[in-house]
Every structure is written in structure tokens, then in C-alpha cells.
Design a protein around this ligand. Structure first.
Ligand SMILES: Cc1cc2nc3c(=O)[nH]c(=O)nc-3n(C[C@H](O)[C@H](O)[C@H](O)COP(=O)(O)O)c2cc1C
Length: 306
């Protein structure tokens, strides 16, 4: 049996699968269920300073090989999150916080407050494509904004900082380099693609109330592979990458690792395969390593670049 453990900024994970933000990460109990189901680490649903209702329902619809979502960062807000996630060690695997603000000052305040809890890292999504005032729609996808927000957060927390980038930008290498220059400990590549739209042709209108939504799931995997590959090149393989977008089976995780990911995010796969997706994907990785004589996942990371 190959050893599936990987190391991210000095943190050892028993396996490379990380629950992606926004999927089941709204309570400590749900995070613990994912840990029990085989996740190597888990990420909480992104938190804003104040509670948010998000976009109106319907916010999620299945499309060809994926989902469109326009949740719009509905969340409990900082005060309740500080209660919900205290004693986070109970979850049993490392837990990453995720915070989202409208500007660098708000990100820094959220990071400082969340650092009171023993999270293993803080993730900064600069990349949501469908929420006015936040992420891409607030201009957070540029090298300048990425640098400014990351730097401001690094000043306010001692926790490792993960910067979550968008696959939608054309200057991805520059954005990744800006994050690293500002002190990012890891890059999460990445968020949903698009946005896209689905029209109900009987009703003659968009299914999502917000009309457009970010595309996730198998349909976006080739884009994630290319983006991970490009970020690895731009950062010379020196900054760990969490490859997120379209991982459903073990082979998808291995492909992203070969492109340069040290660990992989798992989101939409939970809708397709249930919470046991983590166990299934880990087993499928084991089968591949056994067949190919790989003894540790370090042997796979970035091999497509050699
Ligand atoms: C319903 C839903 C809610 C999401 N909410 C968040 C969020 O709050 N914060 C965030 O950084 N990403 C969020 N995401 C994006 C995921 O974390 C992930 O980047 C994306 O789904 C691609 O991975 P996947 O193809 O494995 O789902 C959300 C995705 C979905 C489907």
C-alpha cells in the first residue's frame, strides 16, 4: 500500500483530499462527518463580517457534466462562526478557515478574528465569479489586488495563508506570482468557471434566480489541470498548490498532482458520489499507485513538467 500522506506548508495530511469551501462546511459536525468519511483536511464555508442571505433560490442547478451555482456567499457571519467553530480540533483533521471581504482591510479584520481559533490555515477566495462586491466582481482577480489583500492578511495572522485564484483570468501566472510575493503559503487553484447559464426552455427563462452561476464539476477539470500546470510553472514549483475543480475519481486527483498539485480540493464530487467520495477517491488513488509501483505521492507531484 502506498503512503497517501502529503505535506502542505509543514502540515502533514493523511491523504491529499481536502473538502472544498462551500460544500458541507457550514457546521463543525458536518466537517467532522467529512473527516470520518476520509477527507485529509476540510475547509469551512466562506465567512463574511456580517451574516449574508446570498442570492435567492434556485441557487444550484445540474447541467451537462457539472453544476451551476449562484449561492452568493450566504453564511452565518463572523460572530456566529467564532462560536460554531471554537474547539475546532474536535473535527479530527486539519480545518482551514475561509474568509471573504470587500477589500483588503475587511479581509485583514476577518483573518485576525478567525485566528483566535486553532485553524490550520486561512483561505482567501479572491475568485468568485457571481457575487457583486466580492471576488472577481470586486476586481480581486488582478495581480495588484491579490498582492494587496494577501499582504494585508499576512500582517494580521500567524496562520498559513492560502490564496484561492480564479481560472477565469488570462494573466494567471502574474496573479500567482503576486500572491507568492505577498507571502502566500499556498495557492488554491481554483474556484468555479464562468459564470454560465441554463435556460428552462418551457418556462423561457433562466433556471437560477440570479440567472448566471459558476460552473463546477467534471466539465471544468481540463481547465483546472491547465491552470495548475501554469501556476506550477509561474511559481517554479516552490509554492504548494491545492488543485480544485472537477475531481470526481482517483484518476482526476492523480492528473492534478502530475500537473503540480500537492493536494486536491473535492467539492461537486460529493453531490455525485455522496460523502463517501473521499474514501472512494483515496481507494482509487491506491489502486493506481499499486498498479504503477508508486510508493509515495511525492513521486507524482509535478512529474508532467519533467
Ligand atoms: C454550492 C457551492 C458553493 C460554493 N461556495 C464556495 C464558498 O463559499 N467559498 C469558496 O471559496 N468556494 C466556494 N465554492 C467553490 C468550490 O469551493 C470549488 O472551488 C468549486 O466548486 C470547484 O471544485 P469542484 O469542481 O470540486 O466542485 C462553492 C461551490 C459550490 C458548488
Amino acid at each position: 500500500m502506498a503512503d497517501l500522506n502529503v505535506e502542505l506548508f509543514g502540515l502533514r495530511l493523511d491523504n491529499p483530499l481536502i473538502l472544498a469551501s462551500g460544500i458541507l462546511g457550514t457546521t463543525k459536525g458536518a466537517l467532522a462527518s467529512c473527516a470520518k468519511a476520509g477527507a485529509g483536511a476540510v475547509t469551512i464555508k466562506s465567512i463574511t463580517l456580517e451574516p449574508r442571505k446570498g442570492h435567492k433560490s434556485p441557487t444550484l442547478v445540474e447541467v451537462e457534466d457539472g453544476f451551476l451555482n449562484a449561492v452568493g456567499y450566504s453564511n452565518m457571519g463572523l460572530a456566529e462562526a467564532l462560536c460554531e467553530f471554537k474547539n475546532i480540533k474536535d473535527v479530527g483533521v486539519p480545518v482551514f478557515a475561509s474568509v471573504v471581504g470587500k477589500d483588503a482591510a475587511e479581509f485583514a479584520k476577518l483573518a485576525a478574528e478567525m485566528s483566535r481559533i486553532k485553524f490550520a490555515a486561512i483561505e482567501l477566495p479572491l475568485s468568485c465569479p457571481h457575487t457583486p462586491g466580492l471576488g472577481l466582481l470586486a476586481g480581486h482577480g488582478t495581480p495588484e489586488a491579490t498582492y494587496g489583500i494577501t499582504k494585508a492578511v499576512k500582517k494580521k495572522t500567524k496562520l498559513p495563508v492560502i490564496v484561492k485564484l480564479s481560472p477565469n483570468v488570462m494573466n494567471l501566472g502574474e496573479v500567482a506570482k503576486a500572491a507568492v510575493k505577498a507571502g502566500a503559503d499556498a495557492i488554491n487553484m481554483g474556484n468555479s468557471v464562468g459564470p454560465g447559464m441554463k435556460i428552462n426552455i418551457e418556462a423561457k427563462k433562466s433556471v437560477l434566480d440570479y440567472k448566471a452561476g459558476g460552473l463546477t464539476g467534471p466539465a471544468i477539470k481540463p481547465i483546472t489541470v491547465r491552470c495548475v500546470y501554469d501556476v506550477y510553472e509561474a511559481t517554479k514549483g516552490k509554492t504548494p498548490i491545492i488543485g480544485t475543480g472537477g475531481v470526481t475519481y482517483g484518476r482526476d486527483a492523480i492528473e492534478l498532482m502530475m500537473a503540480g498539485a500537492t493536494a486536491v480540493g473535492v467539492g461537486t464530487a460529493v453531490y455525485y458520489r455522496g460523502i463517501k467520495a473521499f474514501k472512494y477517491i483515496n481507494n482509487e488513488i491506491q489502486v493506481f499507485t499499486r498498479k504503477t509501483g508508486v510508493s509515495g505521492l511525492g513521486e507524482l507531484i509535478g512529474v508532467a513538467h519533467r
